[in-house]
Each structure stands twice: as structure tokens, then as C-alpha cells.
Design a binder for this molecule. Structure first.
Ligand SMILES: C[S@@+](CC[C@H](N)C(=O)[O-])C[C@H]1O[C@@H](n2cnc3c(N)ncnc32)[C@H](O)[C@@H]1O
Length: 292
């Protein structure tokens, strides 16, 4: 096994980036301030961070330190500096020009869509690229094709991907963006999964059935119940879908401190519904006589 891919080995690498390397100029740093607030800094020797309880912290004090570096300031205040995770990057750095699929929904979508390293997947539309980034990281060695109707969103996501890879290392997934309408057809065949994040996914159901391999997964993310009804009825009425599941993921954070455990006052509740269906063959008539 390639020792660069083994967690706990001397060198932990993602893409061409060593995760053991100290912070470098130009990198992103997730700084957690004395009140637990999170700030994403682009490290620049000429810049500084300021917090009323902690005071001034020059970026040059972070550059060269290991990720996870903590610093104690006056009045028991402290800051922690980490590399942002993919979740942090999407929530705090990604330029949003459209609704995005949140990380809380993308995690389950990966599992329910059976996304594996090496798979071939199509997504439509690309929007701000949140799903694109997550798919590209987990397809690792596979292929992602993105159909997007609007050139400006295709360009926006290409810029995001370029920034992400300059910061985090090159992603090992082949990627192709096509500016086109998914309702008009899908050219690819034998895909492992398709993710539809468009307003009327029922218009692409027939194309998806032709493009997926037998047993492949159709996924959709939809914000409203009317959209869910229209898509699920279209799937139920076609002969080639099974295992049609409609789910919603509600994530409730909890606050735990000495002598107190309780749900946090705020949560992001509804974002969207997740639909999953598997492509099957039409029913055949059994030749055997029924028992009894
Ligand atoms: C909600 S955004 C997608 C967000 C994206 N999944 C993300 O996580 O950032 C919906 C996108 O679908 C695109 N779109 C809408 N209808 C389309 C169609 N028929 N074919 C291709 N793209 C379409 C829109 O232009 C928009 O960029």
C-alpha cells in the first residue's frame, strides 16, 4: 500500500498537499476565538487578527506553526488555529449564488447513493458547486459530469474548484462541465449514480433511467413537498424504479458543559428532502405456478 495514503503514517497527504506541513503563507486557517466563534483567515504576513479579549495576533505568528496550534493570551483567553475541513470550506468560504446542498444532507446522500471511489456520476445543476466539491472528493479516481443550464454558474463553480485545489491539493476525480439542459436528455450511459438538484427533476426521470446502469442510484434534493410529490409519483408510475425513499435530515446540535447538557437554542432545521430510487428492470412474468 502507498504509505502516503495511510492515516497515522509519517506523512498524511490529501491530493498533493501534506497535512502534516506547518501553516504556509496564502493558506486558509480556521481560527477559533476566545468566545468559540470561527473565523476563516487567508494567511498573509502583512495582516493581523484582532479580538477584544485576546488582542492582536499577527498572521506571521501562525505561519510556520503546525495545524492545531493554540495560543494563550491575557485574561485566560486563547485561540486555536486549524486547517478548515471541507465542511468548514463549504459553510464559510464557498461563494453562494444559488441555494446549495448543505453538508448535513451531502453526507447521507453519499451513502444512500452508494457513491464509491472510482464511480461515474452525473450531477445537474452545478449551482454554486457545494455538491460538486463533495462528489469530487469522494469519487476519488472516478468521474463526475456536471450539466448546468447557466454558463455563469458553470464558470462560478470552475473558479471555486480552482481555488479549492490550489489550497487543498489536486482532486483525483476527472471532471467535465457541460452547459446544457438536463430535461433535454443525458448522453452518458452506464452511470453509477445521478444527482438531480433542479426545480423539476421529474422532467429528467426518463433520461436518467436510460443513463443509469441496472441497480444504479438516482438521487434528488428538493426543498418543497409539492416537488417531492411530483417526482415520487413520476418514479412510482414508471416501470424501472424501485426502493424509492423520501427522507429528511434534521441535525440538532447539543451544548455540553460542566453540570449542563441541553439542545442548542438554534438549529438549521429544514433544508430539503432527499429522494433516492434504484434503477431496475421492468417486471417479468414468472413461469412457475403460484404455491397453494
Ligand atoms: C439549487 S442550484 C444547484 C446547487 C448545487 N447542487 C450546489 O450544491 O451548490 C440549481 C442549479 O440548477 C440549474 N438548472 C436548473 N434547471 C436546469 C436544467 N433543466 N438543466 C441544467 N441545469 C439546470 C440552475 O441554473 C442552478 O444552477
Amino acid at each position: 500500500m502507498d504509505d502516503e495514503t495511510v492515516q497515522g503514517a509519517e506523512k498524511v497527504v490529501e491530493g498533493d498537499r501534506s497535512l502534516n506541513a506547518p501553516f504556509a503563507e496564502g493558506e486558509l486557517c480556521l481560527l477559533i476565538d476566545p468566545k468559540g466563534r470561527r473565523h476563516t483567515l487567508r494567511l498573509d504576513r502583512r495582516q493581523h487578527f484582532h479580538h477584544p479579549r485576546f488582542g492582536r495576533l499577527d498572521h506571521s505568528e501562525i505561519i510556520g506553526k503546525p495545524a492545531g496550534f493554540r495560543l494563550k493570551g491575557p485574561h485566560l483567553s486563547e485561540v486555536t488555529c486549524l486547517r478548515p475541513t471541507l465542511d468548514d470550506y463549504i459553510m464559510s468560504r464557498l461563494k453562494r449564488r444559488t441555494q446549495i446542498i448543505y453538508p448535513k444532507d451531502l453526507g447521507p446522500l453519499l451513502l444512500w447513493g452508494d457513491i464509491f471511489p472510482g464511480a461515474r456520476v452525473l450531477e445537474s445543476g452545478i449551482g454554486s458547486g457545494s455538491a460538486t466539491l463533495v462528489l469530487m472528493r469522494y469519487l476519488c479516481g472516478g468521474e463526475l459530469i456536471s450539466y448546468e443550464r447557466r454558463e455563469e454558474f458553470a464558470q462560478l463553480t470552475l473558479r471555486t474548484l480552482s481555488e479549492f485545489q490550489s489550497l487543498y491539493g489536486k482532486l483525483a476525480t476527472r471532471h467535465k462541465v457541460e452547459v446544457r439542459d438536463v430535461y433535454e436528455g443525458i448522453d452518458e450511459r452506464d452511470l453509477d449514480a445521478i444527482l438531480l438538484d433542479v426545480p423539476e427533476p421529474h422532467q429528467a426521470v426518463q433520461h436518467a433511467a436510460q443513463a443509469l446502469r441496472p441497480g444504479g442510484n438516482l438521487l434528488s434534493w428538493l426543498p418543497t413537498t409539492l416537488q417531492v410529490y411530483t417526482l415520487v409519483r413520476a418514479l412510482q408510475q414508471a416501470p424501472c424504479w424501485s426502493e424509492i425513499l423520501t427522507r429528511e435530515v434534521l441535525v440538532r446540535p447539543w451544548d455540553v458543559s460542566e453540570g449542563s447538557i441541553r439542545p442548542a437554542h438554534r438549529m438549521v432545521a429544514h433544508t430539503g428532502f432527499l429522494i433516492r430510487a434504484r434503477r431496475v428492470e421492468p417486471l417479468e412474468l414468472a413461469s412457475a405456478e403460484p404455491v397453494g
